[in-house]
Design a protein around this ligand. Structure first.
Ligand SMILES: C[S@@+](CC[C@H](N)C(=O)[O-])C[C@H]1O[C@@H](n2cnc3c(N)ncnc32)[C@H](O)[C@@H]1O
Length: 202
């Protein structure tokens, strides 16, 4: 049987932002990292299967990989993993995190309908346009487990706000706003995520 790497611990950015950024070797977007910490707190449980798109610089993916050492993180981005070059912290976290990390060089709209796996936390930070965001969050919602949380960046962007608000209205969801760095939105699917996690563990 293949041996799984022992989880390694990183400084908690909630306690020491600079130490986390130093540990994952990035200088990018401290305000965004602080927002991610607030989103992490708002999730309210420990996710085990995470979907994160678009990947971009890999800052949010690095946050989930280091914050949830038992979780798998699945990412996609049509520009590829190394578009933003040397700053990509996940490439530095791997190979230690390799077994927990999957990257697909593809648009979310293309990959989501083909996925069989489900997620308990989904983070959306892609092209931020109204029609595509509406499609992306609808497809992602279908892959979200009961009790799971879906969140996204740039709540201050009118197109994002319109898409998320319409989606929430149709699905009778309460939108929670998370403040800082252009803001974030967060919605929760009805159900008991811990029960679902136990079922999936079998
Ligand atoms: C603001 S960046 C994401 C930043 C990322 N969350 C981070 O922490 O570094 C937006 C990314 O979304 C990607 N993107 C654009 N359209 C997309 C789509 N349809 N599906 C997935 N990713 C997309 C872009 O290529 C870009 O890299």
């Amino acid at each position: 049987m293949k041996k799984r790497n022992r989880p390694i611990t990183y400084p908690d950015p909630a306690d020491d932002l600079a130490a986390w950024m130093d540990a994952v070797q990035t200088e990018d977007f401290p305000a965004f990292v602080e927002l991610l910490v607030r989103i992490r707190k708002a999730i309210g449980f420990t996710p085990e299967r995470i979907l994160d798109f678009g990947y971009g610089w890999g800052i949010s993916a690095a946050m989930w990989l280091t914050s949830f050492p038992e979780a798998t993180v699945y990412c996609c981005d049509p520009l590829g993993q190394y578009k933003y070059g040397k700053t990509d912290p996940v490439s530095k976290l791997c190979p230690r995190c390799q077994e927990r990390f999957t990257f697909v060089h593809c648009e979310a709209e293309m990959v989501l309908p083909c996925l069989k796996r489900t997620f308990d936390f989904i983070f959306v930070d892609a092209d931020h346009e109204y029609p595509s965001t509406l499609v992306q969050i609808g497809l992602a919602w279908d892959r979200l487990e009961p009790g799971g949380v879906m969140s996204g960046h740039d709540w201050d962007m009118p197109d994002v706000r319109r898409a998320v608000t319409e989606f929430a209205k149709v699905n009778e969801l309460v939108i929670r706003e998370v403040s800082g760095d252009h803001g974030a939105w967060l919605v929760r699917k009805a159900g008991d995520v811990e029960k679902k996690q136990q079922e999936l563990k079998g």
